[in-house]
Design a protein around this ligand. Structure first.
Ligand code: NDP
Ligand code: 2IT
Length: 448
C-alpha cells in the first residue's frame, strides 16, 4: 500500500503501527502525512534531533470512559466515551465530538491527528483534539439524546476548559447535542464559560456562519483550486456525498457560486436530481424532520438509488462530505472516466489511498480534507474570539473572514507544494505547511 516512505520515516511508521495495534484508520492518517515529510526532515535536521516525529504521533493525553444512561424503555445502556488531546503547542486542544456506532480509539486518533495539522493551517491559535462515542443517535428521542449527553459530560467536563480543551460538533453532533453538553458543563462547573464549546446556538453564545462554515469553506477552497486552472464553478455539475451539516452548506455555496449539485446521499443510498438539488427541500427533510434522504426523492422528481455508489453519477466536480474511506479506487476511476476534474474533501479522509493515487495520476485537482474542510474549525476559533471579547459579529463580516482564511489556506498549500518540488499537489502542500508550523513550535517549547 502507498509509495515507499523516506528511509528515516519507515521505521517510525512501523513503531506507530506496533504501538497502536488494530487502529487502521490512525495508521492510514499517519502514513499519508509521512509520505509528504521526507524533504522536510532533510531541510530541518533539528526536527530529527528533537524527535518531533516520534512525539507528534503520541497523543499528549487520552481519556476513555464509561457512559451509562437509561433509555425511554427504562433499560440501562452502556457506551464508551473518548477524548484524545493530541497536541497543544499552538493553543488549547480543539476538535469535534462524533457520535456514531463506528467510533473506537483508532477513529478518534486518526481524526485527532489530522486535526493538529488542519488547525495549524488555519493560522489561528488552536491545538488538535477529537472525541466521541460509539453511541448511535439514530432513532433516539430528544430526551434519550439529552440523557446521553448529560452522562457523557458528567465525566468529560473535568478535562475541558476554554484554555484547556474546546470541543465542537462532528458526525451525529450538531447544535442540539452541543446545547445539552454545554448545559451540563455549565451546571457541574457552575460557570458560564461560553468559549468552552463552539457550534453553539445563536441565542446562547454561538457565532453567525459557524453552522455554514465547513460547507462554505469547502466550496471556497474548490473555487480557488479551479481559479488556478483558469476555471470556476460556473456551469459545473457536482456530486456531494452525505446530507448532513457539511454537505448541506457545501451544496448551498456551490449553487451560489454558479455550480449545480445533482446528487447527495446518506448511508442507505443516494438521490439524483437532474434539475439540481432543491436546498429548501433538503433542509426540510434533514434539518427539520431528521428523515432519511429517500424522503427527498419521495417529494420531488429526483430518483432514489438504494445502496450503490453516488460516484457512478457523471459530474465535473466531486465533493465527499460523509465519512472516512467512502470513495475508493474504483469510485475514483469511475469519476475520472466520466470527466471529473476536481475533488474537494469536505469529510475527514474520505478518499482511500488507492483513490488518491488514481486522482493524482489523472491530474485531477485534489483538495485534501485537512485543508479543504478547515473552514469549520477556523470559524470555531472565530467563535472563541467573539466569546472572549463578549462580542457578536454579523453574518457578512464572519463569512468574509472565512473566505479570506480559505483563500489563505489554499495559497499556503499551493505555494508550499511548489516550494517542495510537487506543484499542484495540495496533499504535500497541506501536510508540509501544517507539520512545519507545529514542529517549529514543538522545538521552541522544549521537550514536553
Ligand atoms: P452529520 O452527522 O451532519 O452528517 C453526516 C452525513 O454523512 C450523513 O448524511 C450520514 O448519513 C453520512 N454518513 C455518516 N457516516 C456514514 C457512513 N459510515 N457511511 C455512509 N454515510 C455516512 O456530520 P457532518 O456533516 O458534520 O460531518 C461529515 C464529515 O465532515 C465527517 O467526516 C466530519 O468529520 C467532517 N467534518 C465536519 C465538520 C463540521 O464542522 N461538522 C468540520 C470538518 C469536517 P447517515 O445519516 O445515513 O448516517
Ligand atoms: O473535523 C473538524 O474539523 C470538525 N469537526 C470541527 C472541529 C471544530 O472544533 O470546530
Amino acid at each position: 500500500m502507498g509509495k515507499a516512505l523516506d528511509e528515516k520515516l519507515e521505521p517510525s511508521l512501523q513503531t506507530v503501527i506496533q504501538r497502536n495495534p488494530g487502529e487502521t484508520e490512525f495508521h492510514q492518517a499517519v502514513r499519508e502525512v509521512f509520505e509528504s515529510l521526507g524533504p522536510v526532515l532533510a531541510k530541518y535536521p533539528e526536527f530529527g534531533e528533537h524527535k518531533v516525529i516520534e512525539r507528534i504521533c503520541e497523543p499528549e493525553r487520552q481519556v476513555i470512559f464509561r457512559v451509562p444512561w437509561v433509555d425511554d424503555k427504562g433499560q440501562v445502556q452502556i457506551n464508551r466515551g473518548f477524548r484524545v488531546q493530541f497536541n497543544s503547542v499552538l493553543g488549547p486542544y480543539k476538535g469535534g465530538i462524533r457520535f456514531h456506532p463506528s467510533v473506537y480509539l483508532g477513529v478518534v486518533k486518526f481524526l485527532g491527528f489530522e486535526q493538529i495539522f488542519k488547525n495549524a493551517l488555519t493560522g489561528l491559535p488552536i491545538g488538535g483534539a477529537k472525541g466521541g462515542s460509539d453511541f448511535d443517535p439514530k432513532g433516539r428521542s430528544d430526551s434519550e439524546i439529552m440523557r446521553f449527553c448529560q452522562s457523557f459530560m458528567t465525566e468529560l467536563w473535568r478535562h475541558l476548559g476554554e484554555y484547556i480543551d474546546v470541543p465542537a460538533g462532528d458526525i451525529g453532533v450538531g447544535a442540539r447535542e452541543i446545547g445539552y453538553l454545554f448545559g451540563q458543563y455549565k451546571r457541574v462547573t457552575n460557570r458560564y464559560e461560553s468559549a468552552v464549546f463552539t457550534g453553539k446556538g445563536l441565542d446562547w453564545g454561538g457565532a453567525r456562519a459557524r453552522k455554514e462554515a465547513t460547507g462554505y469553506g469547502v466550496a471556497f477552497f474548490l473555487n480557488e483550486m479551479l481559479k488556478v486552472r483558469s476555471e470556476g464553478l460556473e456551469g459545473k455539475t457536482c456530486s456531494v456525498s452525505g446530507s448532513g451539516n457539511v454537505a448541506i452548506y457545501a451544496i448551498e455555496k456551490i449553487h451560489q457560486l454558479g455550480g449545480k449539485v445533482v446528487a447527495c446521499s446518506d448511508s442507505d443510498g443516494f438521490v439524483h436530481d437532474k434539475n439540481g438539488i432543491d436546498l429548501k427541500l433538503l433542509q426540510q427533510v434533514k434539518e427539520i424532520e431528521r428523515r432519511r434522504i429517500k424522503a427527498y426523492a419521495d417529494r420531488s422528481d429526483a430518483s432514489y438509488i438504494s445502496g450503490g455508489s453516488i460516484w457512478s453519477i457523471p459530474c465535473d466536480v466531486a465533493v465527499p462530505c460523509a465519512t472516512q474511506n467512502e470513495l475508493n479506487g474504483n469510485d475514483a476511476k469511475m469519476l475520472i472516466n466520466n470527466g471529473c476534474s476536481a475533488v474537494a474533501e469536505g469529510a475527514n479522509m474520505p478518499t482511500t489511498p488507492d483513490g488518491i493515487r488514481a486522482f493524482l495520476a489523472a491530474g485531477v485537482a485534489f483538495g485534501p480534507g485537512k485543508a479543504a474542510n478547515a473552514g469549520g474549525v477556523a470559524t470555531s476559533a472565530l467563535e472563541m474570539q467573539q466569546n472572549a471579547s463578549r462580542d457578536s459579529w454579523t453574518f457578512e463580516y464572519t463569512e468574509s473572514k472565512l473566505s479570506a482564511i480559505m483563500e489563505g489556506i489554499h495559497n499556503r498549500c499551493h505555494r508550499t507544494a511548489e516550494e517542495f518540488g510537487t506543484p499542484g499537489n495540495y496533499i504535500n502542500g497541506a501536510n508540509i505547511a501544517g507539520f512545519t508550523k507545529v514542529a517549529r513550535a514543538m522545538v521552541a517549547l522544549g521537550l514536553i
